[in-house]
Ligand binder design. Structure first.
Ligand SMILES: [Zn+2]
Length: 178
């Protein structure tokens, strides 16, 4: 008489396939996910920047409003900053660390109420996911010091080479004439 087990393929008869109970799988998955989500976000993020200062050091250097926007992901009131409508030639630098971020040639009139750029000085701006305030957006930060600049939006239909809008708080920037 033939035994049923002989009809199974070698893979199905292997110890792994037969002996992995579901509860062990769930425990393993939870253990793999939890340490990642708890410990691998903000604390490590700040270590990657060349310029790294404590909140107290930033507060001593920046105005209260600059600190709120640059270091606490704040947003200035739309239409409130002179850089929104500025169009003279020059370079926009990070108000926190002075790194060059955007040029006037990359700026365009978006009408959104904040300075808008379609591109950056190469490598000067980093992007990261921002799910705050019940929205899914892409935050942009200075690659040299990690300070918050604003958000970037794509595919809005602006007539620019990239169809991207770097929506930057004017207070996050300084301007140097060319
Ligand atoms: Zn910076």
């Amino acid at each position: 008489m033939r035994r049923a087990v002989n009809t199974l393929s070698p893979v199905l008869r292997s110890p792994i396939f037969r002996s992995t109970p579901r509860p062990r799988y769930i425990t393993y998955t939870a253990a793999a996910i939890f340490p990642f989500s708890l410990f691998s976000t903000t604390p490590n993020m700040s270590q990657q920047f060349k310029v790294h200062k404590s909140d107290a050091e930033w507060q001593a250097q920046l105005s209260p409003e600059q600190f709120r926007v640059l270091r606490k992901q704040g947003t200035e009131r739309p239409g409130s900053h002179e850089f929104d409508k500025k169009d003279s030639p020059g370079v926009y630098t990070c108000a926190a660390c002075d790194a060059p971020l955007y040029t006037s040639k990359q700026k365009f009139a978006s009408g959104c109420g904040w300075p808008a750029f379609f591109d950056t000085v190469p490598g000067a701006v980093l992007r990261r996911e921002d799910n705050s305030n019940f929205m899914s957006r892409t935050e942009i930060v200075c690659a040299n010091c990690g300070s918050h600049l604003g958000h970037v939006f794509k595919g809005e239909g602006y007539d620019t080479p990239t169809d991207e809008r770097h929506c930057v708080n004017g207070i996050s920037l300084n301007f140097k004439d060319e």
